[in-house]
Ligand binder design. Structure first.
Ligand SMILES: [Zn+2]
Length: 335
C-alpha cells in the first residue's frame, strides 16, 4: 500500500513536470551551462564534453557518452548531490504540492484480479453430483435434487481466509465448499458465493457463507431459468426449498439488501418474493422484500403490468428452508 501510494505520487509529479523540466531544473539551482543543450562535462561522471542536455522527450532528458542517458530527476540529484526523495520533494514544490488520493487499488484488489480469481476457483470446482459434499449438505437439509442447477458447484478444498487484527487476509484452512455463480444483468458471472462445509453440514464459523467480492448490486444466483414467472428468495437453500415446494423457477438475491436492487428480465410478469421472517430481529427480510415489491410496482410504467406477491413464513425467525424441513418431517411422521 505504501509502495502504491508512493508510485502514484511519483507518477503525478512526473505528469505535472512533463515539458517543464528546463524551467524546473533552472529554478532549483541547476547551473545554466548544464542546461544549454551543448556538449560539456557530465554532472554525473565528469569528463569535458561527453554530456549533453537535450530534453528530448520533455522529461529533462540528457545523454552522456560515458554513463548513459537519464532524465530530470537523475540530473537534479547529480547536479545538487541530493537523493531521490529530496529531489522528488523539490520538484513537487515546484509543480505544486499534490494531494494524491489513496488509490482504490490499494485498499481492495483490482476488479480484474478478482475476476481471474473467481474464474480460477470456479474452474477448480465441478458440477454437484450424488454423494459429494454439497449433495450431502443439501440432502441433510431436505433439499437434494436429482439434477442440480449448473450455477452451483462443488469445490473439494477451498481456502478459508479470515482477516487478522491488522486487516490482512490469512488462510486458516481448506474446506469443501458449495460455490454459486452470481450473474449480472447480461448473464455473465460477476463473482462467486461460497458456503464452506464440514462433515456434510455448514461449517461452524463466523463467516461460513460469503461473497468473493463486494458490491453484487442487483446480481443474482439464477438457480432456475425464469419463465413469465419468477420466484425470488434471499438464500440459495431457501431458493431450493421454494422450488421443491412450488416447482417455480427461483433466483436467489443472497442478501436482504441486494433483494431491493435485484435485476429482473422483462419477460417476467408474475413475481413471488419469498422472504425470511426476521420479526425476531431487525425485520430486514420483510423490509427489503416489500421494498422490491414496491419498486417493481413503481416500474410498471416502463415494464407494463406485473403481478407481485410477497410470501412470509408465519413464525418469527423462520425462513422457507425451515418451513420446508418442518413440512417434510411432519409428512414423514404421518407416513
Ligand atoms: Zn556521465
Amino acid at each position: 500500500m505504501q509502495n502504491l501510494e508512493y508510485a502514484a505520487r511519483v507518477d503525478e509529479v512526473k505528469r505535472r513536470a512533463h515539458g517543464r523540466w528546463t524551467e524546473i531544473l533552472g529554478s532549483l539551482g541547476v547551473e545554466e551551462r548544464i542546461l544549454k543543450k551543448r556538449n560539456g562535462p557530465c554532472p554525473l561522471c565528469g569528463g569535458t564534453d561527453r554530456f549533453q542536455y537535450t530534453d528530448k522527450f520533455g522529461e529533462g532528458n540528457y545523454h552522456c557518452r560515458s554513463c548513459g542517458a537519464g532524465g530530470g530527476f537523475k540530473l537534479l540529484q547529480a547536479a545538487k548531490g541530493i537523493d531521490f526523495n529530496t529531489a522528488l520533494r523539490e520538484v513537487e514544490q515546484c509543480v505544486g504540492a499534490t494531494v494524491v488520493p489513496r488509490p482504490a487499488v490499494a485498499t481492495e484488489p483490482p476488479a480484474e484480479r478478482m475476476k481471474k480469481l473467481a474464474q480460477r476457483i470456479w474452474e477448480e470446482a465441478r458440477p454437484v453430483s450424488a454423494g459429494d459434499e454439497v449433495d450431502r449438505y443439501l440432502g441433510g437439509r431436505g433439499l437434494a435434487l436429482s439434477v442440480y442447477p449448473r450455477v452451483l458447484r462443488f469445490h473439494p478444498s477451498l481456502g478459508y481466509f479470515q482477516k487478522d487484527g491488522e486487516g490482512k487476509s490469512r488462510k486458516l484452512a481448506e474446506y469443501p465448499a458449495m460455490l454459486a455463480c452470481i450473474q449480472g444483468p447480461d448473464g455473465h458471472g460477476v463473482t462467486l458465493h461460497r458456503t464452506y462445509l464440514k462433515d456434510g453440514c455448514k461449517l461452524v464459523a463466523p463467516d461460513a457463507k460469503k461473497v468473493l467480492s463486494a458490491g453484487i448490486n442487483g446480481a443474482a444466483v439464477r438457480l432456475f431459468d425464469a419463465t413469465d414467472e419468477l420466484a425470488i428468495s434471499e438464500g440459495i437453500e431457501t431458493g431450493l426449498a421454494v422450488h421443491l415446494a412450488t416447482a417455480k423457477p427461483v433466483w436467489a438475491g443472497l442478501s436482504a439488501g441486494n433483494l431491493e436492487k435485484l435485476w429482473l428480465p422483462e419477460s417476467v410478469r408474475r413475481i413471488c418474493v419469498y422472504t425470511d421472517n426476521d420479526a425476531d430481529g431487525d425485520f430486514d427480510g420483510q423490509a427489503f422484500a416489500f421494498a422490491l415489491a414496491r419498486r417493481l410496482k413503481k416500474e410498471e410504467k416502463q415494464t407494463g403490468p406485473r403481478e407481485v406477491q410477497v410470501f412470509l413464513p408465519k413464525q418469527a425467525g423462520m425462513d422457507w428452508a425451515d418451513v420446508w424441513q418442518a413440512r417434510r418431517q411432519t409428512l414423514a411422521r404421518a407416513e
